[in-house]
Design a protein around this ligand. Structure first.
Ligand code: MSP
Length: 471
């Protein structure tokens, strides 16, 4: 048994959770449950990113004290995570006093790589990112992701000497010590690293007060990304608590839009602290709505609660883990969501359970000895390489194959002809195959698979209401 640490990106709390935020949680949760299945002890971190100009401005706009605003929204994210059936073991809010204190310790330990200089350039508050002149020119002065003009900054702040770490980061990525997934993102990251200058890591309090104070310099607060990235360590109690049992993380889940921070600044911080890099940096694609990026200005942001209410937690997890590709951008539409629920969850799985349980119970069939699950090599390889949507495809093919097998073997004819021994053999093989598929599905659909297991416990009892009523 190994100890395994898994992390999720901590969302900004300048708005409500949306369906895109669910990706980190759902993927990480599959990783957690799979690791537990194979016998590992797991810690899952989650949290909220509560500092920075974007959040401060939003609270001001709403006329709310910023502390109250972030607390209200942090709570919404916690509720949201629970409503997805995701159970974190550790939660961090970046405004927690403990986090801030630890973050300052981290800063102090990096001080030999930090220097003060004048920053004269651009910033996007939407991205919370310092932007190069080249990018400003290419985007004609407007951030394409936030549709807002870049702000010109001219202030004295602290810089982090990325150049001290570049070679080592490149080597670790190339050697796969920190595996950047999917592979095509690795090339992007190496290119970005090559071009990456030293990064500004603080803001003047004249511009922004809502941040962790730089230790020993009251005129500056830390750049929100230094504060945010530190969460992965501070939540474990670093630096005053030993984290050797848990660090390096087995997998860190992030969206492709924030991979650059996790592949440049983050490894530089870790190397500076003398810590190993995470084993896997897994970057997922974006959830689009009707083929478009979700945005408040377009008005196409999908409310996750509406999605959850439509087909429940299993419907939600099924769609986002199978039909939203693990690595590529994928579309959410209500039509596709309904289709997947009705044709796949309700038909392929729900009907299969109903058919087999009814046959078994009508013919007084019981499984007898305990069923022993097996993890097939192909599934294991997909899971170990974080190809979660493909692993679900693999299991789904098994379920569809089972539906075909029932039609071919016609157990009801065996029953009619009184061939009890043959019938029992046939049902046993079909039910064991179903239970194995159900076991392999358990990291994805914990609720549904528990219900299926209950149906086939002694005595086998067909569900009175279908597991997934058609809608
Ligand atoms: N606060 C930073 C993360 C700091 S981690 C040390 C941030 N917050 S965010 O709220 O903008 O995004 C949080 C996570 O949600 C990121 O992994 C991001 O990629 C993901 N997503 C936000 N919108 C998304 C989609 N539309 N689709 C998929 N994931 C998306 O970045």
């Amino acid at each position: 048994m190994s100890k395994v640490y898994i992390t999720t990106a901590i969302p900004y709390v300048n708005g409500q959770p949306h369906i895109g935020h669910a990706m980190d949680y759902c993927l990480a949760d599959v990783c957690v449950r799979y690791n537990r299945l194979i016998g590992n002890e797991v810690r899952l971190q989650a949290g909220t990113d509560e500092h920075g100009g974007k959040i401060f401005k939003k609270a001001e706009e709403l006329g709310k004290p910023v502390e109250q605003y972030v607390s209200e929204n942090a709570k919404k994210f916690q509720d949201f995570i629970h409503s997805l059936g995701v159970e974190y073991t550790d939660f961090v809010r970046t405004t927690d006093a403990e986090h801030q204190k630890r973050c300052q310790e981290i800063w102090k330990r990096l001080e030999s790589h930090i220097y003060k200089a004048k920053y004269e350039g651009w910033y996007c508050t939407g991205c919370e990112r310092f932007v190069t002149d080249k990018e400003v020119e290419e985007n004609h002065g407007v951030c394409p992701d936030h549709q807002k003009p870049y702000e010109q900054l001219s202030e004295e702040n602290y810089y982090f000497r990325i150049s001290d770490f570049k070679e080592q980061i490149v080597r670790s990525i190339e050697l796969g010590e920190m595996l950047v997934l999917p592979d095509f993102r690795k090339k992007e990251v190496l290119k970005l690293l090559d071009e990456s200058p030293d990064v500004s890591v603080s803001r003047s309090v004249e511009q922004l007060t809502w941040g962790v104070p730089v230790p020993g310099d009251e005129s500056q607060v830390m750049y929100v990304w230094i504060d945010a990235l530190s969460n992965y360590l501070t939540v474990l109690g670093y630096p005053e608590t030993s984290i050797d049992d848990w660090w390096p993380a087995q997998a860190q889940f992030v969206g492709k839009d924030i991979l650059r921070f996790h592949a440049i600044i983050w490894p530089a911080m870790l190397i500076g602290l003398g810590l190993p890099l995470p084993r896997h940096l897994v970057s997922h694609g974006m959830v689009l709505a009707n083929g478009q990026k979700m945005s408040k200005s377009i008005g196409n942001v999908v409310d996750p609660m509406e999605v959850l209410n439509r087909h429940g937690i299993d419907g939600f997890r099924y769609y986002f883990l199978r039909h939203i590709d693990t690595f590529a951008d994928s579309d959410f539409t209500w039509e596709k969501f309904d289709e997947a629920y009705n044709n796949e969850l309700a038909n392929d799985l729900g009907n299969l359970v109903q058919r087999l349980a009814t046959l078994a119970s009508k013919n007084n069939f019981e499984l007898g000895e305990a069923f022993e699950p097996v993890i097939p090599q192909e599934y294991k390889e997909l899971m170990d390489s974080f190809e979660y949507s493909k692993a679900m495809d693999y299991v789904w093919e098994k379920l569809q194959g089972l539906n075909r097998k029932i039609d071919e073997e016609k157990p009801w004819s065996l029953a009619k002809d009184g061939k009890k021994e043959e019938l029992d053999k046939c049902l046993k093989s079909l039910i064991c195959e179903l239970l194995n598929a159900n076991y392999l599905l358990s990291p994805f659909l914990p609720n549904a698979t528990e219900k299926v297991s209950a149906v086939f416990a002694n005595p086998i009892t067909p569900p009175e209401i279908p597991l997934f009523p058609k809608q």
